[in-house]
Every structure is written in structure tokens, then in C-alpha cells.
Design a binder for this molecule. Structure first.
Ligand SMILES: [Zn+2]
Length: 278
């Protein structure tokens, strides 16, 4: 190889490294929603200057990674952890999060699971003396500049996915909707109870890893998002996200980012607009 070509190649190869340097926090904005790559599970965080809200804690297998991700962000204290429902792919790392960070409050629906993962989370909540609030549609929580509203469950279904806590986070003029593993039946119930306008948002974390059983047409027409994020594992056994869901998002020209393809997804905001920054 001639020396000049080698120099050009070296410059090109070093570009990805340069791009990864976080020159500005929040991708140049003032806050961000971060959807961690936890494989076939859910774990997201909304972060702004004064605080952080965690929505789900990934799987048992990803719990070490999740603690590292949060550590790397320099976060010691979490204002609130929403554990949307007691399935392992959402609360797998809950015990480790509670042990490693100061969690000021937990919000979760009134549904339990007969599993070691669930009892381990409950033990940690007790040990840490963490207050627990029941997730019910209509619940509003204020954290300085951030307002979080619970939009579902609007009634008790007695099914973990249907009873998922759905929350909307508002920051300035923008909002982020986290659909957990909520499915069509509960979406319709919540739309009826809360009204379509309550679901209007800029960014949606698609329900149930992109399963066709979620993201009903009724929900999408109320949400009118600009950006959709799907949290799922590479080549997962459920075939998530399903083709039906991707086609609906495509027809509506919604930008889609996926943790199986993009890794951890970061959506930044300045309180007025939203953009994909990683
Ligand atoms: Zn799930």
C-alpha cells in the first residue's frame, strides 16, 4: 500500500471513534430519552439536568450491563423507577438497580408474579425502604421541569401485559410515551378513560417489543408520533418486531429506531423538538 493511501485509510478508520465522543450532553439538547440495549427486554431512562426517571430494568441477563450504562452516565440517584409489569424482561435488573442507586420512589401496577425475579425485587424495595406508588390511569407525578402521567391501566385485567403501567413524560413542549407491554384491549380501555389527547406525543416506545397484538390503529391515530422506538433482541424467538407493526409505522412516515439494529437509542430534546442522536 502506498503511504498516502494508508494515511487516508487510517483517517477513515478513526472517524467512528471521533463520532462516539460525547462532545455535548443530550446530543446538543437539554434532556434525552435513552432506550438501553438490553436484548429482548425493556429498559429506558429519561434524563434531564435535575433528575432521571427509569422505566423498566431489562432482563436478568442484562442487569450488569444496565448498572454499567447508568453508572457511565454519572447518575447516582434515580427520582423514580417505573416497573411497568412483573415479567422478567422488564424487571430482571430491578434488584440490582435498587441496590446500586438511590431510588427515591417506585411506581408499579398492583399485580404480582410467582417468580424469584419478582420476590428479589420486592425484597430490595423493602430493604431500601423505597416508597411504592400504585400505577393507575390518571396518576400525575411532578419532578421539577418534568411531569409524568400514568395513562394505563384504566382497569384491572388480571393479566400482566394488559395491566402494564403506561406513562407519558412531558418536558417543555415535547412528550415521550412509554407503552410497556400494553396490548390492544388495554390500549382501547385507556383511550376511552383518558381521551385521545392524553396520548398525543412526539416519541413513542412501541408496546410489547413491536408485537402485532399492540399498537392498534386507534392508538396510533391518537399518538401521532414523529419517532417510534422498538426495544427487542437480535433474532429473538418471538419474531419481534412483527411485520404488521412495522408496516403501520412506515405508512404513517414515522421514523423508527430499534435496539436490535441501532443498539442503545438516544432521542434528544431541547423541550421544543426531538431528534435521534445515537
Ligand atoms: Zn416484554
Amino acid at each position: 500500500m502506498i503511504p498516502a493511501a494508508a494515511a487516508v485509510l487510517a483517517a477513515i478508520m478513526s472517524l467512528p471513534f471521533l463520532w462516539q465522543k460525547p462532545a455535548e450532553p443530550y446530543g446538543g439538547g437539554t434532556a434525552e430519552a435513552r432506550f438501553f440495549d438490553v436484548g429482548q427486554g425493556d429498559a429506558a431512562m429519561f434524563i434531564w439536568d435535575d433528575g432521571a426517571i427509569l422505566i423498566d430494568a431489562g432482563t436478568n441477563a442484562s442487569q450488569g450491563d444496565l448498572v454499567d450504562y447508568i453508572d457511565e452516565l454519572g447518575i447516582d440517584e434515580i427520582d423514580c423507577a417505573v416497573f411497568t409489569h412483573p415479567h422478567e424482561d422488564h424487571i430482571g435488573g430491578a434488584d440490582r438497580v435498587l441496590e446500586n442507586f438511590e431510588v427515591d420512589a417506585v411506581i408499579m401496577p398492583d399485580i404480582s408474579a410467582d417468580s424469584i425475579t419478582f420476590s428479589s425485587m420486592e425484597e430490595c424495595i423493602d430493604e431500601e425502604g423505597c416508597p411504592v406508588y400504585e400505577a393507575e390511569a390518571g396518576g400525575v407525578y411532578k419532578f421539577g421541569d418534568v411531569t409524568m402521567t400514568v395513562l394505563s391501566p384504566a382497569k384491572e385485567f388480571g393479566d400482566a401485559n394488559l395491566d402494564s403501567a403506561v406513562v407519558k413524560i412531558e418536558y417543555g413542549e415535547v412528550s415521550f410515551l412509554f407503552m410497556a407491554d400494553c396490548e390492544r384491549e388495554a390500549e382501547l380501555e385507556a383511550l376511552e378513560a383518558m381521551g385521545d389527547d392524553a396520548f398525543d406525543c412526539d416519541v413513542i416506545k412501541i408496546g410489547h417489543h413491536g408485537s402485532y397484538t399492540s399498537t392498534s390503529d386507534e392508538l396510533l391515530s391518537a399518538v401521532t408520533p414523529e419517532i417510534a422506538v422498538i426495544s427487542c433482541g437480535k433474532k429473538n424467538e418471538y419474531g419481534h418486531p412483527h411485520r404488521e407493526t412495522l408496516e403501520k409505522l412506515d405508512e404513517l412516515d414515522i421514523e423508527v429506531y430499534r435496539t436490535d439494529e441501532n443498539g442503545t437509542v438516544v432521542i434528544s430534546t431541547d423541550g421544543k423538538t426531538v431528534w435521534y442522536s445515537k
